[in-house]
Design a protein around this ligand. Structure first.
Ligand SMILES: NC(=O)C1=CN([C@@H]2O[C@H](COP(=O)(O)OP(=O)(O)OC[C@H]3O[C@@H](n4cnc5c(N)ncnc54)[C@H](O)[C@@H]3O)[C@@H](O)[C@H]2O)C=CC1
Ligand SMILES: O=C(O)C(=O)CO
Length: 384
């Protein structure tokens, strides 16, 4: 028997029961649901990561849809329970959905939503922040100041890496990887080398045009290269940022052997998913190579860090905050709620999930569509 959980209820007489496993930023998402006859139940349990058992208790006997989080394990058990409760939709409040067994959702005809189109720039900005923090040793220097150790300017004090004219490497040049690349190229005039399964045509065109602009203004033009192998990126780049999806092809993409081919003074940034890096191998590499630095937003077994990582001065670590700007988090909540609402109402799927603005405008009624359903085709949903 599942244990009871604490909840906050909005619009108790609403026809459709929608559960959110967490309180989410803003109130627009709640209003959009209650205006459409939904009773919204928000889990207020203090526990950060809910277990499958906790979520079973939240689903209960009647539930039309659930908005959930990337920390939850959405598989056979939860999708079968949601189906039994009359549920039609689940949406992650995230773009990544490696925590969801989409095959299990397909089996029960449940739509799985995610939230692209609102977190690309915010996430890329955090990756850029980590690149700067690691290359200019910001956290080490901050700790030094606070410890009262600064007793005057010195030629060797916290010497780091210059970015201008160096090479930025991007692994996974999709939405976020491409936005990050542009920031580093425009901001610091870095050259690009990238590896992706697909050609990043728009990014290539941008770098070509920007290079021509710089040249026309008498500056050194920037260049781009699509690498044939990931190893080429690792060997050539001075700063490498990881932005692929997490699946079995990207699990431990960065391992002991691949760390060994990177430059001794390279910067490695990860704001994708923790298991893309073999974190134990990374800790060893950091110990052996004090001038190699990392900026990490994500960890292999969140919320934990592998033993030794916290002791490494050449690591900057933050708690999975890459999408944490107010606009983005409120937007993610809105998109997740509209995914669930749209499926309950039988709306079609929005034609371009990356073009989320019409759903995010506070001053207008959002389109009658589900913003982004990843298994639309598999469960036979039509596009607008
Ligand atoms: N740290 C955080 O808070 C956040 C993390 N993320 C993570 O970032 C990931 C990427 O997000 P988007 O850019 O929106 O997704 P996207 O789908 O636009 O880009 C992912 C790219 O990875 C590429 N890729 C897939 N397998 C690959 C492989 N084996 N080697 C190289 N490239 C490969 C794809 O072709 C695609 O271009 C999400 O799946 C999520 O896990 C996303 C948002 C925030
Ligand atoms: O959207 C995602 O995938 C996240 O990691 C949330 O920040």
């Amino acid at each position: 028997m599942a244990k009871p959980v604490s909840i906050e209820v909005w619009n108790p007489n609403g026809k459709y029961r929608v559960v959110s496993t967490k309180s989410m930023p803003g109130t627009r998402w709640i209003r959009l649901l209650t205006d459409q006859d939904c009773r919204v139940e928000i889990c207020t349990d203090k526990k950060t990561i809910l277990s499958v058992e906790d979520i079973l208790a939240l689903i209960g006997d009647k539930c039309d849809g659930v908005i959930g989080q990337l920390t939850e394990d959405w598989g056979e058990v939860l999708f079968s329970a949601l189906k039994r409760a009359g549920g039609k939709a689940f949406s992650n409040m995230a773009v990544g959905y490696n925590n969801v067994d989409v095959g299990a959702a397909n089996k029960y005809g449940i739509a799985v939503g995610n939230t692209p189109g609102v977190l690309t720039e915010t996430t890329a900005e955090l990756a850029a922040s980590l690149s700067l923090a690691a290359s200019r040793r910001i956290v080490e220097a901050d700790q030094f100041m606070r410890a009262g150790l600064y007793d005057g300017w010195l030629p060797h004090l916290f010497v780091g890496n210059l970015l201008k004219g160096q090479t930025v490497g991007v692994i996974g040049a999709g939405r976020i990887g491409s936005a990050y690349a542009r920031m580093m190229i425009e901001g610091f005039k870095m050259n690009l080398i990238y590896y992706d399964l697909y050609q990043a045509t728009r990014l290539e065109k941008f770098v070509t045009a920007y290079g021509q602009f710089l040249k026309a203004n008498g500056e050194q033009p920037v260049t781009w290269k699509r690498a044939a192998t990931m190893e080429d990126v690792l060997r050539e780049a001075d700063v490498i940022s990881l932005h692929p999806v997490l699946d079995k092809t990207t699990y431990h993409l960065i391992n002991k052997e691949r760390l060994a081919i990177m430059k001794k003074e390279a910067i490695l940034v990860n704001a994708s998913r923790g298991p893309v890096i073999d974190e134990a191998a990374l800790v060893e590499h950091l110990k052996q190579n004090p001038m190699f630095r990392v900026g990490l937003d994500v960890f292999e077994e969140e919320p934990f860090m592998k033993p030794g990582l916290a002791d490494q001065e050449n690591a900057v670590v933050v708690p999975h905050i890459a999408s944490a700007s107010k606009w983005t988090r409120e937007g993610m909540a809105t998109l997740a709620a509209l995914n669930v609402l749209g499926k309950i109402k039988g709306y079609p799927i929005w034609s371009d999930p990356n073009r989320a603005e019409p759903f995010l405008n506070e001053n207008s009624v959002p389109p009658a569509a589900c913003p982004s359903i990843v298994n639309a085709k598999e469960i036979g949903l039509s596009k607008l």
